[in-house]
Design a binder for this molecule. Structure first.
Ligand code: PLP
Length: 380
């Protein structure tokens, strides 16, 4: 979390604990602060404050955008998304398919780029919504969101994008965008975990997902998580200021790490379109080793990366993203993702570069697949 965001939040746990819905002055001053946070978020997104709904997380924003739109077009029973979405969209698509909706998951190529022809061909009269992510959370690959939006809007269909990974990394301006609904999540922006935003363009048809009180103008019931909303507002203000640093210093750190890893570790691939990626993300596959083993050994050294082969579900299958891209099995299993931020330093990159190559070598020395590979190459 940004220290400034934490500092802005703290008084709203103690001194100013009023409920923004209350009529008295004590609630009113909190309501004023929530409105200020809404303005900060709107300013960050180039949107109107009335187009901002606070939610509990990116997942709630994605679910609300999809289920809330489909609910307002009951006669339309087709949903389009991509094969590489975050589970917050992917699993909603599977849920819809079990409920009798027709769903289309558009393919990507080996570099993780969306097949725009397949998207065009899949649009039908019965399509209620297209939801395609802005940037992929595993590879950082950026989709051409405005081009996608033009295709979708030319058929008069609403367009949602999961902007969770893109926000704070690339400039967003909803006033000049084709996007109707956009999801954000606090913790990707140095705000706390457990708060999110759904942007809904004025005039977009929508039914609330969280049905309850009059909060958020009746579009999301439930008492507001005031301190977290204030932290998110502050984080958005900071993210706007740090955008340039993300695209210069952070990008240079990521590129340095990438070049050094490729130089020092043989049989290594970078996943995703290297010319069209978020500045902070590096997905890298080390052939013939297990991503989880690499992560555990890195973790022992205080290096926190995440698994691209995501066996979080306990399955030994590589991630759906890398499978959709056709990354070979031997590489997909050994994938890890580094996500950098403005708080990372060159010294930290050097520390990784010092310790990663011996870890990979150690794991390959005990890998039967690596031994088979060396034999096939006539190297043993
Ligand atoms: N969408 C994307 C692309 C993400 O990367 C994430 C979280 O990592 C989410 C949605 C879900 O956000 P949250 O964890 O706030 O529910």
């Amino acid at each position: 979390m940004a220290p400034e965001a934490l500092e802005a939040m703290l008084p709203y746990f103690s001194e100013f604990y009023g409920n923004p819905s209350s009529m008295h002055f004590f609630g009113g001053q909190v309501q004023k602060k929530v409105n200020e946070a809404r303005e900060q978020v709107a300013d960050f997104l180039g949107a109107e404050p009335s187009e901002i709904i606070f939610t509990s997380c990116g997942t709630e924003s994605d679910n609300t955008a999809i289920l809330g739109t489909l609910d307002s077009y009951p006669e339309k029973r087709h949903f389009i998304t991509s094969r590489v979405e975050h589970p917050a969209v992917m699993n909603v698509s599977s849920h819809l398919s079990r409920k009798g909706y027709r769903t289309t998951e558009v393919s990507v190529d080996r570099e993780g780029r969306l097949d725009l022809d397949e998207l065009k061909e899949s649009i039908a009269n019965e399509t209620a919504l297209v939801s395609i992510m802005y940037a992929n959370n595993e590879t950082g690959v950026l989709f051409p969101v405005e081009e996608i939006g033009e295709i979708v809007k030319s058929s008069g269909i609403p367009f949602h994008t999961d902007g969770v990974q893109a926000a704070g990394k690339i400039p967003l301006n909803m006033k000049k965008s084709t996007v109707d609904l956009l999801s954000l999540s606090g913790h990707k922006l140095h705000a706390p975990k457990g708060v999110g935003v759904l942007y809904i363009r004025k005039g977009t048809r929508f039914s609330p997902f969280m049905i309850g009180g009059h909060q958020e103008k009746g579009r999301r019931g439930g008492t507001e998580n005031v301190p977290y909303i204030i932290g998110l507002g502050k984080a958005c203000e900071l993210a706007k200021k740090h955008l340039e640093e993300e695209n210069t210093r952070v990008r240079a750190l990521r590129d340095y790490l990438e070049v050094k890893i490729l130089e020092k570790v043989p049989n290594t691939l970078v996943n995703g379109d290297r010319n069209n990626r978020l500045p902070n993300t590096l997905s890298v596959s080390f052939e013939y080793v297990e991503g989880e083993s690499i992560l555990l050994l890195l973790s022992d050294l205080g290096i926190c990366a995440s698994s691209g082969s995501a066996c979080t579900s306990g399955s030994l299958e590589p991630s759906h993203v890398l499978r959709a891209m056709g990354v070979p099995f031997t590489a997909a299993h050994g994938s890890i993702r580094f996500s950098l931020s403005i708080y990372n330093t060159k010294e930290e990159m050097d520390y990784i570069i010092e310790h990663l190559p011996p870890i990979i070598q150690r794991l390959r020395d005990i890998s039967p697949f690596w031994k088979d590979y060396l034999k096939a190459q006539g190297k043993v």
